[in-house]
Design a protein around this ligand. Structure first.
Ligand code: NAG
Ligand code: NAG
Ligand code: NAG
Ligand code: NAG
Ligand code: NAG
Length: 449
């Protein structure tokens, strides 16, 4: 009986913990307003809030209030307050046929929103790709196919004349954006568009188009070099972008995988949590370097570095798990010690973890070169916030009295010995010269007389 009771309590508490984990509210450490603006076009989604209720629920569960507004070219929508501060943390724009997003919004407003740290989930599709959204994406180096282009796949498609409407076993390319556990056997991708990329290193590919797919202009009615937008795997179906200020943009060429009818819970939650900067957020609270002796023990006197000193560098990385900072463990963090070029690029080794951070360190000898050096840690990985830290230190050369004395250098013993032997030989010579030179002198004097 006791045992049964214990098992029951255990099962109940596990179930409770699981339920809690699912309903647990997460939020972004960078939230300024905890608000999200959703813009949709009533000509494409006639009943948005009920067609996309699970998406709205996902947004709310990541700690944000949702403002849903229609895209209407004649009305104004405020993204900033009177002091030019953001009113929203995140912006979601659904595919739209509209000429303008709002009377006061254009691609420059989107740029400004991103520059001020706002995040965006932008969706276009074969049915709607609004001009300002496209221009903004073009500036990032993402070129979605225009309206009326259709994604088709002659080899894998269900119905090639109507285009691709689902993607079997998609392979997501970034584990920080779409978590590895998110199993998606069939991704709904109706009326999809595909994008081409310009070379921008801040773009993160998330889903590549199949080798056998193309996008072409349906209005032309035939497939030719003039009427195709992308062919094969040079096209992308989902892309992400993280700017220097860590503001995030996610683009997808279809919105059906977010609709209630095809909702992929893990995928949608993963994408939204990445966009709203709940997932993939790192920080570092520590950046220290100290002078140590040859064995790595800290020295009592920290009087600046001189050439060939030993130095210990320490840093700590934390990752946001949705509610708290936890240790972030990795093996690919490096320290650079730079003057113009890196003199050293050293792997940082994990020393241990504290409650909220993982501690890394490395010990090295400063090169035999004086000048201004920079300690730099640049941990920039696709899908994670950029960690960039640096500090500049002077490294001086040896002072006159800091060089080793000659007798401390064994190589010099030969020269020191020869010096002393010359001195001794000279003294012996002088002595002998003085005591043994009388006779010839005396005879010379006699001759003179
Ligand atoms: C945003 O929401 C989180 C969680 O509810 C809260 O801790 C945080 O203070 C909020 N931030 C602002 C600016 O309201
Ligand atoms: C795809 O586009 C066609 C018109 O081009 C439209 O009738 C259909 O409803 C769209 N499908 C979805 C899922 O949006
Ligand atoms: C985050 O970490 C804290 C502390 O370790 C833990 O209590 C919390 O449940 C974690 N949150 C999530 C969403 O995993
Ligand atoms: C640093 O780590 C990389 C990969 O983890 C390895 O290839 C490289 O040899 C390491 N460098 C040193 C100096 O240990
Ligand atoms: C870390 O956790 C320990 C116990 O697990 C606690 O005593 C200590 O106060 C915590 N430190 C910080 C900085 O929260």
């Amino acid at each position: 009986m006791q045992l049964l009771k214990a098992i029951f309590v255990l099962v109940a508490s596990v179930a409770l913990a699981e339920a809690k984990a699912l309903t647990q509210k997460v939020f972004s450490p960078y939230a300024l307003t905890n608000k999200t603006l959703v813009l949709y076009d009533v000509r494409i989604q006639d009943d948005f809030t009920s067609q996309y209720s699970q998406l709205l629920q996902a947004i709310r569960s990541s700690g944000s209030d949702v403002d849903v507004k229609r895209i209407e070219p004649d009305s104004a929508i405020a993204l900033f307050d009177d002091y030019e501060q953001r009113l929203y943390d995140n912006l979601l724009v659904m595919p739209s046929k509209s000429r303008l997003l709002a009377s006061n919004l254009d691609f420059k407003s989107l740029e400004e929103f991103s520059r001020k740290g706002g995040n965006m989930l932008l969706l276009t599709s074969g049915q709607g790709s609004q001009t300002d959204v496209s221009v903004f994406l073009n500036q990032l180096g993402i070129y979605p196919s225009p309206k009326a282009y259709r994604l088709v796949d002659y080899h894998n498609s269900n119905n090639w004349q109507l285009g691709v409407d689902k993607i079997e076993n998609p392979v997501f390319l970034n584990p920080h954006i779409v978590p590895e556990g998110s199993q998606v056997s069939e991704l709904a991708y109706e009326n999809g568009s595909a994008a081409l990329l310009a070379g921008n290193e801040f773009i993160i590919p998330v889903l590549r188009a199949k080798e056998t797919s193309i996008t072409y202009d349906v209005d032309r009615g035939f497939v030719g070099s003039q009427s195709t937008w992308h062919s094969g795997s040079d096209g992308f179906l989902m892309l992400a972008h993280q700017a220097r200020n860590n503001a995030r943009v996610f683009w997808a060429g279809s919105d059906t995988f977010l609709a209630d009818s095809h909702f992929q819970k893990d995928l949608a939650h993963g994408i939204w949590r990445w966009v709203s900067r709940v997932n993939g957020v790192l920080k570092s609270d520590r950046f220290e370097h100290t002078k140590v002796d040859r064995d790595g023990l800290s020295l009592a006197v920290q009087d600046g570095y001189k050439v060939k000193d030993f130095c210990k560098f320490e840093t700590a990385f934390s990752k946001w798990n949705g509610t708290a900072w936890v240790p972030y463990e990795t093996t690919d963090a490096q320290l650079e010690f730079i003057m113009l070029d890196p003199y050293y690029r050293l792997n940082l080794t994990l020393d241990g973890t504290s409650n909220d951070s993982a501690l890394y360190s490395t010990t090295f000898q400063i090169p035999d070169h004086h000048g201004m050096f920079t300690f730099k840690v640049d941990y920039s990985r696709p899908g994670l916030t950029f960690l960039k830290q640096y500090s500049v230190v002077p490294v001086r050369h040896l002072a006159n009295d800091e060089y080793p004395r000659s007798w401390q250098i064994t190589n010099s013993w030969v020269y020191v010995a020869s010096f002393f032997s010359v001195v001794v030989a000279w003294l012996v010579f002088v002595f002998l010269f003085i005591v043994s030179g009388k006779k010839p002198l005396a005879s010379a004097e006699k001759k003179k007389e």
